[in-house]
Design a protein around this ligand. Structure first.
Ligand code: ZN
Length: 467
């Protein structure tokens, strides 16, 4: 099966140029200047021609931070690997990296098996895993090597959630030493959970129970402090560090300072921190619960700092932290007690579109859009050049994107298995027209043409930003 994508503008992290893209089987095999004899010959011989006139042709999006069917607070995130990856495909994301969770008292490899069982045969697009290490002991530390051999070389730890995922500084130090020795990367949820839990208890004792308290009891200073502490531990141990879901200027300042010294410190932010704010958590009738995630949404003034960080590369990429809980029956678990609201927001479907607004508004360049949504995640998480670039030899994960079409985001029309949208009513410029996953057209003409089980597990290689 050969597919020619003709007449479009190829956009890579290195820039944009007109080119026709030939796909044979699962891969991109060649690019040609439009209008040449070669391109005309391809058009004649191809099994199918996709007209991309007036459109961009991008490498498929890579969302490096998702939580499909993840247990949390007595419930489970609402998207399965099937529904979540179909929604990802609709939004032009052709690879997700999800987090396998090691429950305390169990093994890392057991957790990996559990996550394989959830995903295997169910995914519409390709997927990989990170490993959440919640029980640091000799066995877990030893198992990090086996995880790396199994294609999982990124290990997430938590400075938040005491009693659940929380790791002490000593435990973090030990895991970082192993990361240094094995060439793997520690990912960090950097919030001072010990101090936060105290503030939460004080708020509840004082009768402050509404959703906005979730934000007020997790101040940005405590994200900044934890980020600085994680950076110090990484410095002492020599481990590479990746800060997940950075939300605030305080934490960004710490990351920027570390990067300025040449330390291997990286960070992602998420669309919710770029487009939403603490004000959204203050809505009436428990509506604010829709926006409860950790770290929380921040006062609006942090958004400009985050966009600047994306321009200066102190923020390397954007992931969603997609972790959907329905408003009815799931978010509602926290009525009368904000600390019982499941933490997480839906977003896997709209990352590319939301970031495109950054291009429309002049916050980032066209090439930087592709870089933070696809190319850098591919390089950071050992998938490049198989993923993250429109080039011969790469997987034919391709998005034909109409930059002038408009759309209105709504739970009534989205494909995520969740009963609300955090961006309900937002008007967006640009939308996905056609999506290929490893050479197969999965989205076209407003319809899904894929199937569960098409997506395959990706054993990932080294972080390519390390030297
Ligand atoms: Zn997360």
């Amino acid at each position: 099966m050969s597919i020619l994508i003709s007449g479009g503008t190829v956009v890579n992290a290195t820039g944009a140029y007109p080119a026709d893209v030939l796909v044979e089987g699962e891969r991109i095999t060649a690019l040609a200047a439009p209008g040449t004899d070669l391109a005309r010959q391809w058009a004649t011989n191809a099994d199918r021609v996709v007209d991309a006139t007036g459109r961009y042709v991008l490498p498929g999006g890579i969302d490096a931070h998702t939580h499909m069917e993840m247990p949390f607070g007595g419930t489970s995130s609402a998207d399965t690997f099937e529904t979540g990856t179909v929604a990802a495909a609709w939004g032009g994301t052709t690879t997700i990296i999800d987090f396998a969770v090691q429950p305390k008292g169990t093994s890392l490899l057991g957790a990996l098996d559990t996550w394989h069982a959830k995903a295997d045969g169910n995914c519409a697009v390709d997927y990989g895993f990170h490993m959440i290490v919640s029980d640091v002991n000799d066995q877990s530390l030893k198992e990090m090597s086996a995880c790396i051999d199994a294609g999982v070389n990124t290990f997430k730890m938590f400075m938040a959630y005491p009693g659940v995922f929380y790791a002490t500084d000593g435990e973090i130090l030990r895991a970082m030493q192993r990361a240094r020795d094995t060439g793997s990367t520690i990912m960090m949820h950097a919030e001072n959970g010990i101090a936060i839990d105290e503030l939460v208890a004080q708020a509840l004792a004082a009768g402050r129970t509404e959703p906005v308290q979730h934000g007020l009891t997790r101040p940005p200073e405590l994200e900044g402090e934890a980020t600085s502490r994680a950076i110090a531990l990484a410095k002492v141990t020599g481990a590479p560090l990746y800060i997940v879901h950075l939300s605030a200027a305080h934490a960004l300042d710490a990351v920027t300072a570390a990067r300025d010294t040449g330390q291997n410190v990286f960070a992602e932010t998420c669309p919710q921190y770029l487009f939403l704010s603490l004000e959204d958590m203050a809505g009436p009738d428990f509506e604010g619960a829709k926006f409860v995630a950790s770290p929380p949404l921040r006062p609006k003034e942090h958004q400009a700092a985050l966009w600047r960080g994306l321009r200066t590369n102190d923020l390397s990429l954007v992931s969603t932290d997609h972790c959907p809980f329905c408003f009815v029956e799931q978010k509602e678990l926290g009525r009368g007690d904000f600390s019982k609201i499941p933490n997480g927001m839906p977003g896997v479907e709209h990352r590319l579109d939301l970031l495109h607004q950054g291009v429309v508004r002049g916050e980032i360049s066209l090439a930087r859009w592709v870089e933070i949504a696809s190319t850098t995640p591919a390089r950071m998480f050992g998938l490049y050049p198989r993923k993250g670039v429109v080039a011969p030899g790469a997987d034919a994960d391709l998005v034909v994107y109409d930059p002038t079409a408009t759309q209105t985001v709504s739970a009534a029309t989205h494909h995520m298995n969740v009963d609300y949208s955090a961006y309900e009513g937002m008007r967006l410029t640009g939308r996905v027209a056609t999506v290929l996953s490893r050479g197969r057209v999965v989205i076209d003409d407003g319809a899904y043409h894929g199937s569960p089980g098409h997506g395959t597990f990706l054993a990932r290689g080294d972080n390519q930003y390390l030297v």
